[in-house]
Write a protein that binds this ligand. Structure first.
Ligand code: COA
Length: 387
């Protein structure tokens, strides 16, 4: 297997983008990534595009070919493949691109993600998202994503010492980081009171415990490490790529307060990179709801079960803490265009490791991790990157 590096990154701004179409979002992110890498379209050997539900959101399927066409690459007949794993589509698209370069099959490969969620009413987008869970045993009986994560929160809070204020602090921290990220959907800081007094969505989760509905796209360019320096002075190595799966329905899990697929993918990633959690300088975790960030910090092995709430309250996961978590603002404040999120996480870590993260820069960051979850944890992708 060859060593692989990220040589270019690009993201659109995230939010309600009424004036930009699905295909324009992808073209914008792709062009930014190619420009950053100094690569032309003809040099690309293959493309992987993470997308969860264009069929439901914009009534368009056949996304791989559509993207290649609108990227101006139809005449090169480039292999272009859509990757779908619900909200982990982006993470898996990055993994497919990594495997393609590592195996020696292709040299320059684009991994991208795109979702346009706001062209339908919010009830329709919540219903499309419910397709990431078990439609027959969860969706058809009324379970929505906020509802499923609310069950995780209840179970967690009945077993471990997590206060409502500690949970709210996850959102406060992520909005603080989002306020320092020019692509974020929400760029305003919020107080604990804002979270605690916001509308109840699914007890105990309130509006500000939830990630929003978002449009956006992100793209990265990968190359073999041995040629990466021809394109950039700061190649970022992919030290590990791991994936794990679990039961699709929450009620079939061993313990719903732990995401076993996160535990498995995290262990595999640390083993592949040959490092321990202590060596990670920053991590982008899948905080689709505040409780998901609490579980992720523990399930990835950064602390013991039941400790993440206290660590969040003490500022350990803050921008200037020992383990900055979600420096981009996370899904909560940066936004969550589901198919794009896993790639945006990689963009954020790459920018941090290059020292290009501006007001949210983590001093001296050398190793970063991404954690991308599909559904309530039926698919998990974990990557470790380093310079
Ligand atoms: N955080 C903060 N503010 C939010 C928000 C969020 N997550 N979602 C919406 N808002 C704001 C909007 O900006 C809007 O503010 P404005 O009135 O000042 O313009 C207001 O709240 C109402 O927005 P609206 O779009 O009508 O919200 P909604 O009630 O239809 O949807 C949720 C809110 C929480 C139900 C929806 O965002 C949701 O389902 N989120 C979870 C998405 C999800 O499950 N993703 C997959 C996870 S794996």
């Amino acid at each position: 297997m060859r060593d692989v590096a990220v040589i270019g990154v690009g993201c659109t701004t995230f939010g309600e983008k009424w004036d930009t179409s699905f295909r324009d979002l992808f073209v914008e992110a792709g062009a930014l990534a190619l420009e950053d890498a100094g690569v032309s379209g003809e040099q690309i050997g293959a493309m992987y595009v993470g997308n969860m539900s264009a069929g439901r959101f914009i009534e368009q399927e056949h996304i791989g070919a559509l993207i290649a066409d609108y990227a101006g690459l139809a005449s090169t007949h480039i292999p272009s493949t859509r990757v779908e794993a619900a909200c982990a589509s982006g993470g898996l698209s990055f993994r497919q691109a990594f495997i393609s370069v590592a195996s020696g099959l292709e040299d320059i490969v684009v991994a991208a993600g795109v979702e346009k969620m706001t062209d339908v009413a919010s009830g329709a987008s919540v219903d499309a998202l419910a397709g990431a869970a078990d439609r027959e045993w969860e969706g058809f009986v009324g379970a929505t994503f906020p509802g499923l994560y609310a069950m995780i929160a209840h179970e967690y809070m009945s077993r471990y010492p997590l206060t409502r204020e500690q949970l709210a602090q996850v959102a406060v921290k992520n909005h603080y980081n989002g306020a320092r990220n020019p692509i974020a959907q929400f760029q305003q800081e919020i107080s604990l009171e804002t979270v605690l007094k916001s509308t109840l969505v699914a007890d105990p989760l309130r509006l500000f415990d939830c990630s929003p509905i978002t449009d956006g796209a992100a793209a990265v360019v990968l190359a073999p490490l041995e040629v990466a320096r021809k394109f950039t002075d700061t190649p970022v190595r992919v030290l590990a790529s791991a994936q794990a799966s679990d039961t699709i329905a929450l009620h079939d899990r061993r313990d719903i307060s732990t995401l076993d697929a996160t535990v498995a993918a995290g262990k595999r990633a640390f083993a592949m990179a040959g490092i321990t959690p202590k060596e990670i300088d920053l991590v982008e975790v899948h905080d689709c709801f505040t409780i998901a960030e609490i579980c992720a910090i523990e399930d990835l092995g950064f602390c013991r079960k039941g400790e993440a709430g206290r660590l969040t309250e003490e500022g350990v996961t803050a921008l200037d803490g020992d383990l900055p978590v979600n420096t981009s603002g996370g899904l909560k404040a940066c936004g969550h265009p589901v198919g794009a999120t896993g790639i945006k996480q990689v963009c954020e870590v790459v920018m941090q490791l290059r020292g290009q993260a501006g007001k949210r820069q983590v001093d001296g960051a050398r190793i970063g991790m991404t954690h991308n979850v599909g559904g309530t944890g039926a698919t998990v992708a974990v990557h470790i990157l380093g310079v």
